[in-house]
Design a protein around this ligand. Structure first.
Ligand code: PAF
Length: 276
């Protein structure tokens, strides 16, 4: 496995890599990421993984500084699952000067997580576009745990005619249902015990919908109350149309239940798709 730090090295590697499947990450890799690599291997000749903690997508007071940088461990894990190359640029390589041009996502990026993290998705679309321009992948894989991110990036690729197939990978979960996330490492053991409540709430909403309930706002409110009763600081629980990410209509047949809430200081997000 090659570990490449510069754009020039990456471009040289790309010349002979064949059909490239790209998995962008911020590192601190866990089983969920490794399952993305396994999926990626089925779609091309070479899997390239980027590891870059992107300052542009973090707001003031968020965890940019303390986000774990674990390149050596990450590379060992990536090598063990057959990654062809890791692209790990430093900040100066990707942002040699403050970024002048940004990709402005549409207004859906100001809802859900975007309402609580202003500018977050603009930072994501901008860095992913830069990475796409550098790596020039045929296929790119994004975890559906970040459903809104997956949605925005898929939409961006269509809207800007980028010749890249976007694949959404199912969310990896611990035995108790907690979605795998690099931020789970911030949880104390007590918080870790509490954390699966967010998924249990989504399952409860899914079951109620399965039993015929269509009062989505009421179902979401019940979950907000339940989480708050257990000490969570809730940003949102919402039922959306999975195809548009807008509010569901009576014609919606594919829903996504989304939640973001803090247990202690750690913000967790999760979602669950429901076919009607
Ligand atoms: O999901 C992530 O890890 C990041 O948002 C991404 C897509 C690598 C962009 O920095």
């Amino acid at each position: 496995m090659k570990v490449l730090h510069t754009i020039a090295e990456l471009r040289e590697f790309r010349k002979t890599a064949g059909r490239v499947v790209f998995v962008p990450t911020m590192g601190n890799l866990h089983e969920g990421h490794l399952s993305l690599i396994q999926l990626a291997k089925q779609h091309g000749d070479a899997v390239i993984v980027s590891i870059f903690v992107n300052r542009l997508q973090f707001g003031q007071g968020e965890d940019f500084e303390r986000y774990p940088r674990t390149l050596r461990d990450d590379c060992a894990k990536l090598e063990s699952v057959g990654t062809a190359a890791v692209f790990a640029p430093d900040e100066n390589e990707l942002y040699p000067h403050p970024q002048h041009y940004c990709i402005e996502p549409p207004s859906i990026a100001n809802e859900l997580c975007g309402a609580f993290r202003p500018g977050h998705f603009r930072g994501v679309t901008t860095v992913v576009t830069k990475l796409f321009n550098i790596v020039q992948p045929d296929v790119a894989i994004f975890g559906k745990k970040d459903y809104q991110q997956y949605f925005v990036l898929r939409d961006m690729v269509l809207d800007l005619n980028m010749p890249i197939t976007i694949i959404g990978a199912e969310t990896g979960r611990a035995d108790d249902g907690l979605a795998l996330s690099s931020r789970n490492g911030y949880l104390s053991s007590e918080q870790r015990g509490e954390a699966p409540r967010i998924y249990r709430n989504l399952q409860r909403i899914r079951d109620a919908i399965g039993n015929g309930s269509r009062n989505y706002d009421e179902l979401a409110l019940q979950s907000v109350s339940e989480l708050r009763e257990h000490g969570w600081d809730v940003d949102y629980v919402e039922v959306r149309d999975a195809e548009t990410l807008g509010r569901p209509s009576t014609a919606s047949t594919h829903l996504v239940l989304l939640a973001a809430a803090r247990v202690g200081a750690t913000r967790l997000i999760d979602n669950l798709e429901v076919q009607l």
